[in-house]
Write a protein that binds this ligand. Structure first.
Ligand code: ADP
Ligand code: MG
Length: 960
């Protein structure tokens, strides 16, 4: 049930009565407020004092309509003109005194958007039918009618047009008017009414828009003045917002005319909209400042903007127009003034203020605010009821409004609500505030309601008729049913009779049944057979499926096979590269074998030389013994002679015979030689013998031998440092022989042999020593451990220097061999180059000696192989170090050399270098690509040919 329907018939009749009365008392075409004063508009400063509103009694005039047209001020009421303004809404109701009520919902703010989803559940806006549905409790909701329902998307312009424009038009036509905003704080009263929107015209509120319209109308007629005052009403005290120092302004009511004025208030004549913006802004600022000073909020005070419109009326001009007639006529042609005013009120927040606070100020404040709003409500109520007494005296707010609402004045109330379930209670009370006079007032609505009731009553009557019809039909049906029942029982009886007669048939039936049953059994058997068949078919199907799935597995396996194939391909690629490497290793191995053979030859040479030397030594020994024998003999002869000549026995201190002296020196020197030789023989012989043993046995893992060697090596190395050149030479030779055997190399290195040999090479000028020592170093350079030592001790540099120190081909061959061995260790590539080992090798190659060149080629191959391996494994990149020394040119120009093994080394070196793409430019520059092509065809070795072919295939720079 809607609240509107609660209105009793008594209320309805009273509203109707009020409406009638208002119509009876419609005044004739009297202007709103005309004074006979001339249109000398006051200056801004004197404006407040000079404003003189025409009398406008609030009370209904006691005189009849016709008497209103009389000039008596006491019977004048503010304009309820004969002609109606264009605002059809007010016309429709034919009741200017009715308070127009609209409702507006504020858009949700951020917080409400986030947390408040229930609002739609509580309030439902129906703008098309101008209704608002409010949920009362869990079970029902009520629907209220408004003049306008604005949703949260309604623009300021639409609100102005729906709420304020009719009132503004009334004011321009000479009637007073009031526009008020009522609602809980924060729901948009100030936004709706007072928003300035100086820069954004769309945002402007009612005050600004009203002034725009009024000023526009004023500009079209020069005789119009527009003035404003802006007041604040707080705790029943009026403050002037345009002159804050005026803090207790009193209200003046003309006893005769009922006109309300505020003589103390500042009145400002408004020139244009910009001027109004300024004044309004001042007012806003003062309102804010005043509230701060009073320690309150603007929501607790009412802001009242009054717009005074005065229009000079020329009687002549007025004749024939539909404008309200000037009521006071002066002499002909003297202009009269028609005055009207518009009050725009931003009411205090409607929320109930807690009166139980302990703060006395708050209690007072609550009392006053509640008072003014309550009193406003009462006035609206009385107005709606058409009561003869409007209780405006109760508060200052209603006193101020007295001549501007009800009667001929137009009043519009906009109530604002917030879109949140939280405000439910306040929203409800706000809506009830706006609604109570709405429902009381709306006779048209009530008529509609009555019409609707009639419609429904008719519908109900129809329904009742239909129910009655239905009842008649059902009685009829019942009757028919009984008849049917009778027929049925009769038929049952006859069936029973027939059953008795059916016995024979039953027998026949039994027979037939038997026949059919046996047929069924047969069929069942068949069915079973079929079942079995189908089972076997199923079984077959299953097998097929499993075959298929096997196939699938197979195909999966196929995929796996493919994968395996791929892997296999990868593996075979790997295999190929391994084979390549293997070939390289094989080449190395061959090389080593070759070297071993050569070394074997050298060792044999050495052995022969040793045997020769031993033979010489034996000869020397025998000569020595002969010499000894001769000596003894000559001594005996001398002794005999002395005995014979009776000479003293020993040599005298003072003078010995020269012959005897000579023989004594000789003796001494001989004995020194003897000692050296004896020592040398003793040690050298042992070592040489042991060395021979090692050579013959090939695999000399013999404790005796190795122990002897270890003892011997120490001694021999000691002898290397001897100052006796012969001893040094012999010692170096022994060391060289020992170093030829791998098993001795470690021992020699451990005993400091490398250092001793390097020192020798550095310091000695003797060519034999240099040659033999170089050979020893070359042998030791085959051992990795000694390679480390050689390089660490600056061996590469020393060896390279030998190039300048000697031109003995034998020595140089040894040096080249040593360097070539060092080239086979990837650790030393950079160091070898830096210490000029490569340069040394290439210099030696200029000698033209075939043996030296063989070593150089071997060194190049070793170096290139190590370097390329490093590059392939990503440990090094860039152009080969060999190229900087001109190795490529040398290799290319010597690749046709006669010696097969040297050529092989050169070819290998070229192929290794060609594998490094960073060398490609050099290959092109030196024409070495042609050489690779030649090798791929002509090389005597299969493996080298295939290596060259592979390079040509894989390196795009070479294939072009
Ligand atoms: P009140 O005067 O009733 O206390 P305000 O007018 O100050 O409320 O409005 C509270 C806030 O909501 C203000 O920030 C105002 O700008 C905003 N607001 C109110 N109504 C609207 C609207 N229709 N559209 C946009 N913002 C609004
Ligand atoms: Mg406000």
């Amino acid at each position: 049930m809607t609240s509107s329907s609660t209105s009793s018939s008594a209320v309805r009749s009273s509203a109707k009565h009020a409406a009638e009365r208002i119509q009876q008392h419609l005044p004739p075409s009297n202007p709103a407020s005309l004074s006979s004063s001339s249109l000398n508009l006051p200056s801004k400063t004197s404006i407040a004092a000079s404003i003189n509103h025409s009398p406008r009694p609030k009370e209904r005039p006691s005189s009849t309509a016709s008497s209103v047209s009389a000039a008596s001020p006491s019977t004048r009421r503010s304009g309820t003109p004969v002609h109606r303004s264009q605002s059809k809404d007010f016309d429709e109701d034919n009741d200017p005194g009715r308070v127009r009520v609209s409702v507006r919902v504020r858009p949700r703010n951020g917080e409400e958007l986030k947390s408040d989803a229930d609002f739609a559940d509580l309030v439902e806006l129906q703008p098309e039918i101008k209704r608002l549905k409010l949920r009362k409790n869990n079970w029902n909701s009520e629907s209220y009618r408004f003049d306008e329902v604005f949703t949260d998307t309604a623009s300021q312009k639409r609100v102005y047009e729906g709420v304020a424009k009719p009132v503004v038009e009334g004011v321009l036509s000479g009637y007073n008017g009031t526009i008020m905003a009522y609602g809980q704080t924060g729901t948009g009263k100030t936004y709706t009414v007072g928003k300035i929107g100086k820069d954004d015209a769309a945002e402007r509120g009612i005050m600004v828009r009203a002034l725009e319209d009024i000023l526009a109308s004023a500009s079209s007629a020069s005789s119009v003045s527009v003035e404003i005052s802006y007041l604040q009403l707080y705790m029943e005290t009026i403050q002037d917002l345009l002159a804050p120092e005026k803090s207790n302004i009193s209200i003046n009511e003309d006893g005769k005319t009922g006109e309300v004025s505020v003589p103390g208030a500042t009145v400002v004549n408004i020139q244009d909209l910009d001027h109004f913006f300024q004044v309004l802004q001042v007012g806003e600022t003062n309102r804010h400042a005043a509230n701060t000073k009073m320690n309150t909020e603007s929501s607790r005070s009412h802001a009242i903007l009054t717009v005074y419109v005065r229009r000079a009326m020329n009687e002549k001009a007025e004749t024939g127009t539909k404008s309200p007639k000037p009521e006071s006529l002066g002499d002909k042609g003297i202009p009269r003034v028609r005055k009207s005013k518009l009050l725009i009120v931003d009411l205090a927040g409607s929320e109930r203020i807690n009166k139980s606070g302990t703060d006395g100020h708050l209690i007072e404040e609550a009392k006053f605010i509640n008072l003014s709003l309550t009193s406003l409500g009462k006035c609206i109520n009385a107005l709606a009821e058409g009561s003869s007494h409007i209780p405006t005296r109760d508060s200052k707010l209603t006193r101020l409004l007295r001549d501007s609402f009800g009667g001929s004045a137009r009043t519009s109330l906009i109530i604002t609500i917030g879109p949140s379930a939280r405000y439910h209670a306040e929203t409800t009370s706000t809506i009830m505030f706006g609604q109570r006079q709405q429902q009381l007032e709306s006779s048209a609505y009530k008529e509609k309601l009555a019409d609707a009731s009639k419609v429904y009553e008719k519908k109900i009557a129809d329904l009742v008729q239909r129910v009655e019809d239905e009842q008649a039909r059902s009685t009829n049906a019942e009757h028919q049913l009984n008849e049917m029942k009778n027929i049925l029982s009769n038929q049952q009886k006859s069936i029973h009779d027939q059953e008795m007669g059916n016995y024979q048939y039953q027998r026949e039936l039994a027979e037939a049944t038997y026949t059919y049953e046996s047929k069924i059994a047969e069929l069942q058997k068949k069915l079973e057979d079929e079942h079995a068949r189908s089972n076997s078919a199923e079984e077959q199907l299953r097998q097929m499926k499993s075959i298929i799935s096997d196939r699938q597995v197979l195909s999966q396996e196929n995929e796996e096979t493919n994968e395996l194939k791929k892997k296999l391909e990868e593996l075979s690629q790997m295999y190929e590269s391994t084979v390549d490497e293997l070939q390289t290793v094989k080449l190395d191995y061959d090389d080593l074998l070759h070297q071993k053979e050569k070394l074997g030859e050298e060792v044999r040479d050495m052995k022969e030389r040793l045997l020769l030397e031993e033979k010489q030594r034996k000869q020397m020994e025998s000569e020595l013994s002969k010499l000894k024998k001769n000596l003894r003999e000559s001594e005996t002869v001398v002794e005999d002679k002395r005995v014979k000549e009776d000479l003293p026995k020993g040599p005298s201190e003072s003078g010995a015979l020269p012959g005897s002296q000579r023989s004594h020196g000789l003796k001494k020197s001989l004995s020194g030689q003897r000692a050296t030789m004896a020592r040398l023989c003793e040690e050298g012989m042992i070592l040489s013998r042991e060395f021979s043993l090692i050579l013959f046995w090939g695999n000399p893992i013999d404790i005796f031998v190795s122990t002897s060697v270890s003892v011997g090596v120490q001694k021999i190395l000691h002898l290397i440092k001897s100052e006796d050149l012969e001893v040094q030479i012999q010692a170096v030779k022994v060391v060289a022989n020992l170093a030829a055997e791998e098993s001795n190399q470690v021992k020699i290195v451990e005993e400091g042999g490398v250092e001793a040999l390097l020192t020798l090479v550095q310091s000695s000028q003797n060519s034999t020593i240099l040659r033999v020592a170089s050979g020893a170093i070359a042998n030791l350079a085959m051992n990795e451990k000694s390679q480390d030592l050689i390089m660490n001790k600056g061996g590469a540099q020393l060896l390279a220097k030998m190039v300048t120190k000697t031109d003995d081909p034998q020595t140089l061959r040894m040096v080249a061999g040593a360097l070539a061995n060092l080239c086979g260790n990837e650790k030393f590539l950079k160091l070898l180059k830096e210490e000029e080992g490569i340069k040394g090798l290439l210099t030696m190659a200029q000698s033209g000696n075939i043996d030296i060149i063989a070593q150089v080629a071997r060194g190049m191959a070793n170096f290139a192989k190590c370097e390329t391996r490093e590059i392939m494994q990503g440990r090094r990149k860039g152009r080969s170090l060999l190229l900087e020394e001109g190795a490529l040119e040398w290799l290319t120009s010597n690749s046709h050399i006669e010696s097969a093994s040297t050529q092989r080394h050169i070819e290998l070196a070229l192929c290794h270098l060609a594998q490094n793409e960073a060398n490609a430019i050099d290959f092109k520059r030196t024409g070495s690509v042609t050489e690779i092509v030649r090798i791929s065809v002509e090389s005597s070795r299969d493996d080298i040919r295939s290596l060259a072919k592979k390079i040509l295939r894989s390196n795009p720079q070479f294939s072009s």
